[in-house]
Design a protein around this ligand. Structure first.
Ligand code: HGY
Ligand code: MN
Ligand code: MN
Ligand code: MN
Length: 410
């Protein structure tokens, strides 16, 4: 049975939510646990409440809303969800599509008066992006026991407060304990955020798993010196070591080849003055690979080379792990149901791994989990020009509805 989704209602909601944290030139900035995040949580939770769903919120602010089954039961729901926090240069669809698309599925099923054997639920999770507080997938990781609550509450953001302080500041914490969320399965609709579907002219990505992620922060320590008078061989230039580490990360990706990727997203010098040799440099390196052995080898190369580069320059270097997740593979049966559903609905599709991290990877070890991708224009994401067309969105939501209804039984 397929259910008619209302794409106009969904697009109106996506654009309503996009007004929160709207950036002047387009796109959104709703960093986790910011005032903008608080406003978006209130808007979306209000929509859930208006539909009469049973609202739950846990100690780290994960929020889920349940539509009871035909007997009024609300345990072990078929859960659909994603996130509504964004990076600093976010688009309108990353995460949002998975939350509001799931809500549209529930609304459409409700409008059709369909009663299900199992409850249906929609969720948004705290701090999926990891842009302000590391690691990413924090809320879903805590909910599923992949990350420790106390350690995450103590995580200090790039702008100062801890997660605990930021949660308190916006009143986002609920009273339900970690582990209160126990879905029977988990489905996440998401934009691909890459170029594959568009390049191959396909409508749906049947996501088979998520690649491993390694985030490190390196702190290089040298000595300030006069830029004009200090002979080159006397310098202990932390800045040049940081730059060399960044180039080494690029060399690792080139040497390993796809799917290995490496990104230096943050680099800060101190004292950050034009005529002073940098005393310290702090940089982040994001390494990813679908293969854990390869990812470990990339880390080994990078970490040992960073030591050597620092030593040659008379500097020291320390490293802090900001995030480390092994690759996950989604439940083959549920992945097959996504593939079958796409075929039944006449959608062109291919199986593919996810290059981006997703909340689904936190559910994968605990319950049958799977993801559905829809194309990203020009493969762009984490960019204010991120775009997916309404007809592409409608196909993803229709497929999500089909798979969720099958799992919920009706
Ligand atoms: O970094 C990621 O892949 C995700 O967007 N947090
Ligand atoms: Mn996302
Ligand atoms: Mn993202
Ligand atoms: Mn995600």
């Amino acid at each position: 049975m397929s259910v008619a989704i209302d794409i106009d209602r969904l697009m109106a909601r996506i654009f309503d939510l996009a007004k929160i944290g709207a950036l002047p030139g387009g796109g959104c900035k709703r960093l986790a646990l910011s005032p903008e995040d608080a406003e978006s949580r209130a808007l979306v939770t209000g929509w859930f409440e208006a539909r009469g769903l049973e609202i739950h919120r846990d100690v780290i602010g994960n929020t889920w809303a349940i539509r009871a089954d035909r007997n009024g039961g609300t345990t072990a729901p078929v859960l659909m969800g994603s996130h509504i926090d964004t990076v600093g240069t976010g688009g309108l669809y990353d995460g949002v599509l998975g939350v509001l698309g799931a809500f549209e599925v529930i609304e459409s099923i409700d409008d059709a008066g369909i009663e299900t054997e199992r409850p249906l639920a929609v969720a948004f999770f705290t701090n999926e992006e990891g842009a302000r507080f590391q690691p990413d997938m924090m809320g879903s990781g805590v909910a599923m026991g992949e990350l420790g609550l106390d350690e995450m509450l103590a995580s200090v953001g790039i702008d100062g407060p801890s997660v605990a302080e930021a949660l308190a500041a916006i009143g986002a914490a609920g009273d339900e304990p970690v582990g209160a969320l126990k879905p029977s399965c988990y489905l996440e609709l998401h934009i691909e955020q890459g170029p594959v579907l568009e390049a191959e002219g396909l409508e749906i990505g049947v996501v088979t798993g998520v690649q491993g992620i390694s985030w490190s922060e390196f702190t290089v320590s040298g000595a300030t010196a006069h830029a004009g008078t200090t002979p080159m061989k006397m310098r202990r230039d932390a800045g040049v070591v940081a730059a060399a580490i960044a180039l080494e990360a690029r060399a690792i990706a080139a040497s390993f080849g796809p799917p290995q990727v490496a990104t230096v997203g943050r680099m800060r010098f101190s004292p950050d003055l034009v005529n002073v040799v940098p005393e310290t440099a702090v940089l982040t390196v994001d390494l990813r690979n679908t293969d854990e052995t390869e990812l470990k080898a990339a880390e080994k190369w990078l970490f040992s080379k960073a030591e050597t580069l620092a030593k040659v320059e008379g500097c020291t270097v320390t490293r802090r792990t900001l995030a480390r997740f092994e690759p996950v593979v989604f439940d083959p049966d549920l992945v097959e149901e996504v593939a079958q559903g796409a075929a039944q609905l006449g959608m062109t599709a291919r199986r593919m791994p996810s290059g981006a991290g997703h909340d689904a990877q936190m559910f994968a070890p605990h319950c049958p989990s799977a993801m559905i991708f829809v194309p990203s224009k020009d493969g762009i994401s984490h960019n204010t020009t991120e775009f997916t067309a309404p007809d592409e969105i409608a196909r993803g939501v229709a497929l999500l509805a089909q798979v969720a209804l099958t799992r919920a039984g009706h």
